[in-house]
Design a protein around this ligand. Structure first.
Ligand SMILES: Cc1cc2nc3c(=O)[nH]c(=O)nc-3n(C[C@H](O)[C@H](O)[C@H](O)COP(=O)(O)OP(=O)(O)OC[C@H]3O[C@@H](n4cnc5c(N)ncnc54)[C@H](O)[C@@H]3O)c2cc1C
Length: 348
């Protein structure tokens, strides 16, 4: 019997749905109900439905930053509004609203086509616009927080639509109020403020060298995006080829005295300044030094190309992937006393 499907205005509901094609680690999880939300305004009515209102709720974008260690016992809401709206321009800044369901990379390329700056270093990050604020996505020296004006979200505690200004989102390194309270907000759209002219960030991790290899002497945002896209394609495993969720561990941060004492023991350990006078250490280096790069158990593995990336070589279950991740954490802890923190959300 095919799963039951109920078509409601603005939303399709599927009972007992597979999530295997809906997470980039390709874990064969299922959920009790899956809702494709085409029109966010029907969300309050959907959540109030008798069959659904007491179930645990998960918002799922492209599933590129989650690990299902088991089936999801409740409702999964999948935002589908992909609209990008030009709201106006003043004082050299454009104001743009993007629906939560828009593909992130498509949106970045849309801003570049409109000669807007600010998101060029964040090209080619998998996922949706609605998920970008959750962990304040960042790459190649940039973070999305600098370009967010406000976020439109359903507040499940107050049961109302709310506008969260950037300052209220409490953005930090791979962090925000949304990540801290994952059961509270459902984002339906993000408002961006994007400059026409801004300094390019090209000092980070090989961008300048890549631009030189591209023979670009006077780079513009599109060139930086192209350089970042080339670097990413070389460095990161492609989820369409092998299941992964990008960097699985966050770089640990600590106070300078702690970092210095670790570096006295491990002199080659890369470190760089973080916010609030703290020091960030390379998790990839620590994992490699702990002997875990390329580690494999069954189909669960740590990439041999990039020590931060947990990979599914075929049919690993979420529990098997999580067990391997725990093993890596324990190896790094034994070496350094540091417990690495996972970057993706571990579910349920
Ligand atoms: C190959 C690869 C490379 C990556 N590179 C980077 C990188 O360079 N930088 C980086 O920061 N991340 C990176 N990631 C992680 C991932 O792409 C981002 O975190 C992305 O924003 C996740 O988007 P998503 O739509 O897939 O979110 P999902 O995985 O579907 O969800 C992630 C979290 O956000 C929540 N969420 C999603 N949508 C909403 C919404 N509308 N409202 C409320 N909550 C929501 C979910 O409940 C979950 O907690 C990478 C992942 C992969 C696979």
């Amino acid at each position: 019997m095919p799963p039951a499907r109920i078509d409601l205005p603005g939303c399709s509901l599927i009972e007992d749905a597979s999530l295997a094609e809906r997470n980039t680690l390709r874990v064969a999880a299922r959920c009790a109900w899956f809702a494709e939300l085409h029109d966010a305004s029907v969300l309050p009515a959907l959540l109030a439905r008798p069959a659904l209102h007491e179930l645990p709720l998960l918002v799922l974008g492209a599933g590129s930053n989650v690990l299902f260690t088991a089936d999801w016992p409740g409702l999964v809401v999948h935002p589908r509004d992909e609209r990008i709206e030009w709201l106006g321009e003043s004082d050299g800044y454009a104001h743009v609203r993007a629906g939560a369901g828009a593909n992130w990379d498509h949106f970045v390329r849309w801003t570049l086509a409109h000669e807007l700056m600010g998101l060029e270093n964040l090209v080619q990050i998998p996922g949706t616009v609605g998920a970008a604020p959750i962990q304040n996505i960042g790459a190649y020296g940039a973070e999305v927080a600098t370009c967010i004006e406000h976020v439109e979200a359903w507040d499940r505690h107050a049961r109302c639509w709310t506008r969260m200004d950037a300052v209220d989102c409490r953005f930090g390194y791979r962090d925000s109020c949304f990540k801290q309270a994952p059961d509270r907000w459902i984002i339906r759209a993000v408002h961006f403020v994007l400059p026409r002219v801004a300094p390019l960030q090209i000092e980070y991790a090989g961008i300048r060298e890549e631009l030189a290899a591209m023979r670009v002497d006077a780079p513009r945002a599109v060139h930086v995006a192209e350089a970042v896209a080339r670097l990413r394609a070389r460095k990161l495993p492609d989820p369409t080829q092998i299941g992964n969720a990008g960097s699985f561990f966050k770089n640990p941060e600590m106070d300078p005295a702690q970092a210095a004492s670790l570096q006295a023991r491990l002199p080659e350990l890369p470190a760089w300044p973080a916010d609030h006078g703290r020091v960030k250490l390379s998790a990839a280096w620590l994992i490699e030094r702990a002997g875990c790069k390329g580690l494999r158990q069954g189909d669960a593995g740590i990439s041999a190309r990039h020590a931060l990336v947990l990979v599914n070589h075929g049919h690993a279950s979420g529990a098997e992937l999580w067990a391997l991740a725990q093993q890596v954490r324990e190896a790094v802890h034994a070496l350094t006393g540091i417990w690495l923190e996972p970057e993706p959300r571990i579910l349920p």
